[in-house]
Ligand binder design. Structure first.
Ligand SMILES: Nc1ncnc2c1ncn2[C@@H]1O[C@H](COP(=O)(O)OP(=O)(O)OP(=O)(O)O)[C@@H](O)[C@H]1O
Length: 290
């Protein structure tokens, strides 16, 4: 597979806070990845460093093989980005802003933009209203339309649905699945809404302590992940394959989260006191990121 995004040993700090720490990450062509992490884990910082919008302290980032600090116009034109919150272009109207971007990109899908504007409630009055006067959700929809207008090959979305109502969210996800992912677009998508991720993302990556702590395709991760709980006397002496987290309770029991179930199933077969449970994406999120 060809790497679309390659991040190697990337570090970034703010004052005394280390946000990214020797982070390595690769996203391949056609991958659709959900980026997960707790509030403040550094997802937006990671995305901004990935796009060259924020300088890193150390490490290298390339997109389509080019250093993000010096991206060519051709590569820039292949990227679509929806920031978490955007306060730029507030003095323009949606119509003016979209005209500006249309002139900027070598290709622009007018039919798609018009269809999305109509579908997402941008009637002529709204298209000619100053962006600063739009609601948070309306601005977010506009930002998504702008990012999709040039049919990007790489789409990076930082919590794109946070301000959308349930109908808006559903429609956006449908657009993403039917018209973006279907084209083979590479997508990186940060969100806290795990049910959305389960509908859209094929892969997940968990950001914790400044690094990608766990990643893989969602079905295999959920298929392999288990929580095994049993007497500390037994579990304390064993290092399990794919161990992600271990917690000792006051009741003499230890629980261990693993990403591969083979060894724990075998252990449970030998030790009847062991309890083995499958994990949901939410369980996995809590266990991996806390
Ligand atoms: N410009 C900045 N100056 C100082 N600290 C910052 C700056 N930007 C981010 N941080 C800090 O870096 C950490 C990571 O922030 P970031 O916005 O990347 O997290 P996040 O995972 O996107 O969070 P959320 O899920 O809440 O959006 C936070 O503790 C934040 O306070």
């Amino acid at each position: 597979m060809t790497a679309v995004i390659q991040m190697s040993r990337v570090s970034k700090h703010f004052a005394s806070q280390q946000v990214l720490c020797n982070l390595d990450w690769q996203v391949d062509a056609g991958q659709v990845v959900g980026l997960l992490g707790r509030n403040g884990a550094g997802k937006s910082t990671l995305i901004e460093c990935m796009l060259g919008l924020r300088e890193t302290d150390a490490g290298s980032v390339t997109i389509y093989g080019e250093d993000v600090a010096n991206l060519s116009e051709q590569v820039r034109a292949r990227i679509g980005y929806v920031p978490q919150k955007s306060e730029v272009f507030e003095w323009l109207t949606p119509a003016q802003m979209l005209d500006y971007f249309k002139a900027l990109y070598p290709r622009w899908n007018d039919a798609k933009v018009k269809a999305l504007l109509a579908r997402w409630g941008f009637d002529p009055a709204m298209c000619n209203k100053q962006i600063s006067k739009l609601s948070g959700g309306e601005k977010q929809r506009l930002s998504i339309i702008r990012a999709l207008g040039h049919d990007p090959d790489l789409l990076i979305l930082d919590e794109p649905v946070s301000a959308l109502d349930p109908l808006g969210r559903r429609d956006f996800l449908r657009e993403l699945v039917d018209n973006v992912i279907e084209r083979g677009t590479t997508v990186v998508f940060s969100t806290h809404i795990l049910s959305d991720l389960e509908r859209v993302a094929l892969d997940v990556a968990f950001l914790k302590d400044g690094q990608i702590a766990l990643q893989g395709d969602m079905d295999s991760l959920l298929e392999g992940a288990r929580r095994v709980t049993g007497p500390s006397a037994v579990l304390d002496g064993v290092k399990l394959a794919g161990e992600l987290r271990r917690q000792k309770g006051r009741d003499g029991c230890t629980s261990v989260i693993v990403s591969e179930h083979g060894e724990v199933e075998a252990l449970a077969a030998r030790e009847p006191a062991m309890r083995v449970e499958a994990l949901s994406l939410e369980d996995l999120f809590i266990e991996v990121t806390q």
